[in-house]
Design a protein around this ligand. Structure first.
Ligand code: NAP
Length: 508
């Protein structure tokens, strides 16, 4: 494939398509920050380039926020929280404004999908089917919680009945600094802002510096939806400068972070000085277990989707495949066959199901893992190469003859690379699945209901899928065990993460 696609015909296949006028307008906007419902200039005028990973071309610029810019955004959020202009609204009003934001996003869904495709590298069709509706569903679902946040009354344990009246209030945590990664930019942003806003918190959001376009476009809709000034502020810039300032800022009450385990640990340490609330959604090395009773074609296609969807740039990517010894070769052949569906294409190619990796830096990292795997003795069944000299494309890659010491087996690659291993029985595969510092997601393919439940209980991860993978829903809690994170997003647990519980005890 490599040689064939690097011909002139192949080069044409990897040519990015033309942008729409709406997308071009968003790319041409003057770099600015969204603070207090206004577009404002940065204090120091520094910018960062925006690259289209499908072509490797610079297509726009964003602000690289300074410390003063961050301080300004935090001050806006602080004032908006402290005077109660948001938390003091009737819950019905907060719900209505959030639903209006969801409706506005819906109305501009095509434009958002295209911007996500240009910025992230993923197929526009995929963004239109998954990212944008997923982001909207987070807002719609959480909007409903705004009106359901009551506390409880409590019967005391050590005091006689009637001596005191005790109840709890659920109150918003305060000003939230929210930092998200580049793999599902708008979806990750909405997963963070929706529960915070429903709870009555105010927010400073920073998208990843590589993928800020949809966050900035979202800002256009904030005032239109009716949010009071300062409730949701969106800034852009580098993580180690602007992000760091947000995390350490004394006027921030909570940090919610999605990203790598390495940066998550750093943020957790940095937030400790002021004892902020912290929610961390971090990395993974998720197992996919294929039991001997499956329909191999179905399970293999599922296992291929588990790793190659979004070119493997998914925290819950099924990057470790465990197939029962009796069907191992058939499963690997099936995944190899299914991998053709996930061949990367430019993000605006309507035929594409997978795209380029997000950046040159990330492309180099993924390719270096493949080189390391081969050097350590792994064999490549398919892929292992790039089909194009322009853009950051990596072909779907399957590696066999691996062992648990290899970096390709132990470390999160975050690309379209799966390592396949054999197992003999359920206890053995549970042990192999748990042999990792991560614990985010796991997929099990079997018709045996009992085996499915036994594995679901044994595998240490925040989510276990049966006969599917990476299904997420705004109502179902999501998060990690072990070094995959702290806390949960989505569902009731997701809104609880933005609330304080206050006990009130009154002597009668
Ligand atoms: P990353 O390098 O950890 O960056 C994530 C975010 O943190 C970016 O906005 C980044 O800003 C910012 N950041 C970097 N250094 C910082 C610092 N010192 N202080 C504050 N913020 C800082 O992760 P990534 O490469 O963007 O994303 C991939 C990772 O995210 C993978 O490990 C993946 O598994 C994980 N992820 C987890 C989930 C989940 O739900 N568990 C979901 C999606 C992704 P800049 O990029 O602008 O520098």
């Amino acid at each position: 494939m490599n040689e064939m696609t690097k011909t002139r015909e192949g080069a044409a296949l990897y040519q990015q398509h033309a942008y729409s006028a709406a997308a071009q307008k968003a790319l041409d906007r003057k770099p600015a920050l969204f603070i207090n419902n206004e577009w404002v200039e940065s204090s120091h005028g520094a910018t960062l380039p925006v690259e289209d990973p499908s072509s490797g071309k610079i297509v726009s610029h964003i602000v690289d926020a300074s410390d003063r810019d961050v301080d300004r955004a935090v001050a806006a959020a602080r004032a908006a929280f402290d005077d109660g202009r948001w938390s003091g609204l009737p819950p019905m009003a907060r719900e209505k404004i959030m639903i209006r934001l969801a409706d506005l996003l819906d109305a501009h869904a095509g434009e958002f999908a295209e911007l996500e495709a240009i910025d992230q590298g993923k197929p526009k069709g995929m963004a239109a089917a998954i990212d944008i509706p997923g982001a909207i569903s987070q807002i719609r679902y959480m909007a409903g919680w705004a009106s359901k946040l009551g506390g409880e009354t409590h019967a005391p344990y050590t005091m006689p009945a009637g001596l005191v009246f005790s109840y709890t209030l659920r109150e918003p945590v305060g000003v939230c600094a929210q930092i998200v990664p580049w793999n599902f930019p708008l979806l990750m942003a909405c997963m963070k802002i929706a529960p915070a806003l429903a709870a009555g918190c105010t927010v400073v959001l920073k998208p990843a510096e590589q993928t800020s376009l949809t966050g900035l476009r979202l800002a256009d809709l904030i005032a239109l939806a009716g949010f009071p000034a300062g409730v949701l502020n969106i800034i852009t810039g580098n993580g180690h400068t602007a992000g760091d300032r947000m995390v350490k800022h004394p006027d921030v009450d909570k940090v919610a972070f999605t990203g790598s385990t390495e940066i998550g640990k750093l943020i957790n340490r940095n937030a400790t000085a002021t004892l902020k609330h912290v929610t961390l959604e971090l990395g993974g090395k998720s197992p996919v277990v294929v039991m001997p009773d499956v329909d191999v074609a179905t399970a293999a296609a599922g296992a291929a989707g588990a790793i190659f969807f979004n070119s493997g740039q998914v925290c819950i990517a099924g990057s470790r495949l465990f197939a029962h010894r009796s069907i191992f070769d058939q499963v690997v052949d099936g995944v190899a066959e299914a991998s053709a569906f996930w061949a990367p294409r430019p993000s605006l190619d309507p035929e594409g199901h997978a795209g380029a990796l997000n950046s040159k830096e990330h492309f180099d990292k993924v390719m270096s893992y493949i080189v390391a795997g081969k050097r350590d003795g792994a064999s490549v069944v398919v892929g292992g190469d790039s089909p194009s000299d322009t853009g950051y494309y990596v072909n779907p890659t399957i590696m066999v003859n691996v062992n648990p010491q290899m970096s390709v087996v132990r470390e999160e690659i975050f690309g379209p690379v799966v390592v396949a291993q054999r197992f003999d029985d359920l206890d053995e595969v549970a042990k192999m699945a748990n042999d990792t510092c991560y614990g985010l997601g796991a997929g099990v393919w079997t018709k045996d209901v009992s085996a499915l439940h036994r594995l679901a209980a044994k595998i240490k991860s925040g989510t276990v899928w049966g006969n599917c993978h990476a299904m997420i829903d705004a109502a179902i809690p999501f998060g990690g065990y072990k070094e995959s994170g702290i806390g949960r997003e989505q569902g009731r647990a997701g809104i609880d993460a933005y609330l304080e519980t206050k006990a009130v005890i009154i002597q009668l």
